[in-house]
Design a protein around this ligand. Structure first.
Ligand SMILES: Cc1cc2nc3c(=O)[nH]c(=O)nc-3n(C[C@H](O)[C@H](O)[C@H](O)COP(=O)(O)OP(=O)(O)OC[C@H]3O[C@@H](n4cnc5c(N)ncnc54)[C@H](O)[C@@H]3O)c2cc1C
Length: 469
């Protein structure tokens, strides 16, 4: 019987345990989790009004692999689609519809963003095609924010692109790499450069737009996002069960060593009866770097450079939703005076199954990489900031609407920063790990932060791990 140890019972760790069990029904699988609960950045809280997600609250359903995986888990009937209500951007004191077309808010012409940016910036966007070429190296990378600001001006970055990317990565666009976060744009830039064509941002965005498959007018569109009727707890609880793994909670792994007998784990709350033949580390990057120090020093050294972005989510249930806009939420532009939140999700408008519970459910998010003072703020201060910002932006008076439930979830180091060096770092870590028999790594820092990407990366890591020996 092969003995497997998995460090971390977040999505990556639990998917890995499930996949190992599928491939090897006899395997001994021990999962070590530092916290007193499983799920990691997936956390469904039992509000009186119904289960409420305080970490991830949806996944990108355009990729069918995650949906197929959840269906295989028996959760297909509990998948729900959003209402279709549109999201808004709050910029310069006004609400705007999310710009159509483009990639991640980067337009190919000024038309979709004309109501958000100044006339000067609109003219600059439209003239960008005539500016000197971008100094683009095929296969290279650059900061999203720097490139957009250089080509179109900082208004596009701060008012649109950072607002959109910040919602996914908890980072401003300056801190994110193009290839890691908008790969289709990096590929379009490669393609223009390889073909010897003029390399401009507008041309690259236009190329991305032209690649979009037009929808068959008679077909029902696949919803872009999906979630679970009873929250992500359905996923992590099902995975824990199907894996049949022995899950140790409050077990913080502080160190890993390897000898001829296998892998040894040590740390507070870590109790093991024998060494492990194979080890899968799914902790966040800085912790994984520490844990790999003795067993994969090169990988450990490479991984140290990955920084984390912290955020905090305030979940609020109101008795009434009168006055809350009929939208799925609001993304806030960088530097909006008098506003501290970076985004609001109007969950009861976004998800029909949540709307059916009555009243309003709103999630406020605060904190970006390098700007996370509020993540440490007292709870009453955070709730006040959430209520004040919500009223300031939408006019909805949450206090008058009757605030009946609150949950504050702080995500210290919630998401890895996917900057322009990130993909090279991941490649170096993978190379370092590949040379160590019976060792694998996975998690949000490795193959992408989104739920489908984390599942995919964990499955691939298990496939490699199973092949060993
Ligand atoms: C606020 C927020 C909102 C998000 N929203 C979405 C969304 O809507 N859609 C989407 O697709 N994605 C979303 N994401 C991203 C997604 O939730 C995460 O990328 C994913 O859940 C990460 O899974 P993971 O297993 O890699 O990491 P984690 O969930 O961080 O799991 C790692 C686990 O390892 C444990 N651990 C760490 N160190 C040790 C140690 N030394 N010993 C033992 N255990 C240890 C941790 O306690 C944790 O449980 C969101 C993330 C955040 C923070």
């Amino acid at each position: 019987m092969t003995r497997y140890a998995i460090i971390g019972a977040g999505l990556a760790g639990l998917v890995s345990a499930h996949e190992i069990r599928k491939a090897d029904p006899e395997a001994v699988i021990h999962v070590f989790e530092a916290e007193d609960r499983i799920g990691g950045k997936l956390h469904t809280v039992p509000f009186d009004s119904g289960p409420t997600d305080m970490g991830a609250e949806a996944y990108l359903a355009l990729r069918s692999d995650a949906t197929d995986f959840f269906t295989e888990l028996g959760l297909g009937d509990d998948l729900v689609s959003p209402s279709g209500a549109r999201s808004l951007v709050y910029s310069e004191g006004e609400l705007h519809g999310l710009p159509a077309g483009g990639v991640m808010g980067i337009p190919s012409s000024s038309a979709p963003v004309a109501d958000i940016v100044s006339a000067g910036t609109a003219a600059r966007i439209d003239a960008e095609g005539d500016a000197p070429d971008i100094d683009w190296v095929v296969g290279g990378d650059a900061s999203v924010g720097k490139l957009v600001s250089e080509r179109y001006g900082a208004e596009v970055t701060d008012r649109i692109v950072s607002a959109l990317l910040g919602g996914v990565y908890s980072c401003a666009a300056e801190d994110l790499g193009i290839r890691a976060t908008i790969p289709q744009l990096a590929e379009a830039l490669d393609e223009l450069a390889t073909a010897g064509e003029k390399v401009t941002l507008s041309a690259a965005v236009r190329l991305c737009e032209s690649r979009r498959t037009p929808r068959d007018p008679g077909s029902t569109p696949t919803p872009v996002f999906a979630t679970f009727r009873h929250g992500y707890a359905q996923v992590y609880e099902t995975l824990a069960e199907t894996s049949g793994a022995d899950i140790h909670l409050d077990a913080f792994v502080a160190g890993v060593t390897r000898d001829l007998r296998g892998y040894h784990l040590k740390g507070p709350g870590v109790v093991t009866d024998a060494p492990y033949d194979r080890l899968l580390v799914t902790a966040p990057a800085p912790t994984t770097a520490v844990l790999l120090k003795d067993v994969a020093p090169a990988a450990s050294a490479a991984l140290k450079s990955v920084k984390l972005a912290s955020s905090v989510v305030v979940g609020m249930k109101f008795d009434s939703d009168t006055g809350l806009p009929d939208n799925s939420g609001v993304l806030v532009a960088i530097g909006e005076p008098g506003v501290q939140a970076k985004a609001f999700t109007f969950s009861s408008k976004k998800w029909p199954h949540v709307g059916e519970r009555g009243g309003a459910l709103v999630r406020a998010s605060f904190g970006r990489f390098g700007d996370d003072a509020l993540v440490r703020a007292e709870e009453d201060l955070l709730v006040d900031a959430a209520l004040d910002d919500l009223q300031h932006i939408t006019g909805f008076d949450g206090r008058a609407a009757g605030l009946s439930e609150i949950y504050v979830q702080r995500w210290f180091g919630g998401l890895p920063r996917y900057d322009e060096t990130h993909l090279a770092t991941v490649a170096a870590v993978r190379e370092g790990v590949a040379g160590v028999p019976g060792l694998e790594v996975s998690g949000a820092w490795a193959g992408g932060v989104g739920v489908p990407a984390v599942i995919d990366d964990a499955r691939a890591a298990v496939a490699r791990l199973i092949q060993v020996g």
